[in-house]
Write a protein that binds this ligand. Structure first.
Ligand code: EPU
Length: 336
């Protein structure tokens, strides 16, 4: 079914809860409806909107917002080792993780409680606690409005990188993701190497899918604000990837600075949260916007902030980090 909303408030369709309106918002349940949807209802510009968890609206939206609402999770095939599962773009990401744990399937449990919809997972290759969506994605089904065609993109063609994919590059604004096919494993494959995960799992009685999920949820709840209560978009900035020499110079001055290997072996990934924290900005507030006091990578709407206020605040955070460390941190959130 297709549902049309005109001149509609979208404050509950973005996790920052900024109060903006959309001239036209269209929800659809099934991929097969998209040709008709575009023929009948869309004449100008458009963009796909998932849960609005990684977006900051700074003005009312003139282009049409297209919202996938297919919430089906279906097993496509299975053998002794693995299961191929298709999830509609409108499935709540954490519902898919919960489903995988209930079915004793490994692969995405470390991505528990990441806010957002399945359709958004490949776009920024969501990741947490040593796992990334790309490790479990087989292919992504898309609709291309310009040609009114449906097609499948294999994971190998998705150009997945750290918080990156083809959907943020050449296909940005060109396609609508309608469903994602995942490969989940029946064989135990715990990933406990990140931070306190192993310790938290042990405290819950040892390695099981259920205990890992509980541990990850507990860690996230401790550090990250609940979007239902406090407007935010998770990590506002990406962790910067810098030349090895830059990291070494900083490490000489700050030996306790967290640093991680990057995909490119000549580079090193730093923790933007640590840089913001050590620039003295953790818990810092200005007007209706603040740096979250338990995780400096997260900017929060203290109530009533406009998108423009959040952007101005983010710029001041970037400037403070650049001044103290000489490092440019880039927004991870899509600013519109
Ligand atoms: N740190 C501080 N102060 C802070 C925040 C972090 O000193 O205020 C330090 C931590 O102690 C740690 C390091 O920085 O040594 C990294 O912190 P953390 O483990 O919390 O992870 P992160 O790099 O800040 C990334 C993801 C998160 C994801 C976590 C866990 C990005 C942009 N963010 O954060 O993803 O949950 O790792 O895997 O890569 C998101 O994308 O919205 C998100 C929340």
């Amino acid at each position: 079914m297709i549902r049309i909303f005109e001149n509609t408030d979208i404050s509950n369709r973005n996790s920052f809860h900024v109060r903006q309106k959309a001239a036209l918002l269209v929800e659809f349940d099934r991929a097969e409806e998209l040709s008709e949807l575009f023929d009948r209802h869309i004449s100008g510009e458009w963009m796909a909107l998932g849960g609005g968890n990684n977006i900051l609206f700074t003005r009312d939206v003139e282009r049409a917002l297209i919202v996938p609402c297919d919430t089906r999770i279906e097993v496509e095939s299975e053998n002794d080792e693995e299961v191929l599962v298709r999830a509609g773009a409108g499935v709540e990401w954490d519902d898919l993780v919960e489903w995988s744990v209930q079915h004793q399937l490994w692969g995405i449990v470390n991505l528990s409680l990441i806010p957002g919809k399945v359709g958004a997972a490949p776009v920024q290759n969501i990741g947490a606690y040593g796992a990334e969506a790309k490790d479990s994605i087989v292919s992504v089904d898309i609709f291309t409005p310009q040609s009114r065609t449906h097609s499948t993109i294999e994971a190998s063609e998705c150009r997945f990188g750290y918080r990156d994919s083809i959907f943020k590059g050449p296909l940005k604004g060109q396609v609508i993701i309608t469903s994602v096919l995942f490969r989940l494993s029946k064989q135990a494959a715990p990933m406990l190497g990140y931070g306190d995960v192993a310790q938290e799992v042990e405290a819950r009685g040892g390695v099981s899918l259920h205990n890992i999920r509980e541990a990850i949820c507990a860690i996230r709840r401790r550090k990250l604000p609940d979007t239902a209560v406090t407007g935010n978009a998770g990590s506002f900035f990406k962790n910067p990837v810098v030349e090895r020499s830059v990291a070494e110079a900083l490490l000489a001055e700050y030996p306790d600075m967290p640093h991680y290997p990057a995909a490119d072996p000549t580079k090193v990934k730093l923790a933007a949260g640590w840089l913001i924290d050590r620039a003295g900005l953790k818990g810092h507030k200005q007007g209706c916007v603040g740096v979250h006091e338990k995780q400096a990578l997260v900017l929060i709407n203290l109530g009533g902030a406009t998108g423009g206020e959040v952007v101005a605040f983010a710029r001041s955070v970037q400037a403070a980090v650049a001044e103290k460390f000489g490092i440019e941190i880039e927004a991870e959130v899509n600013i519109l």
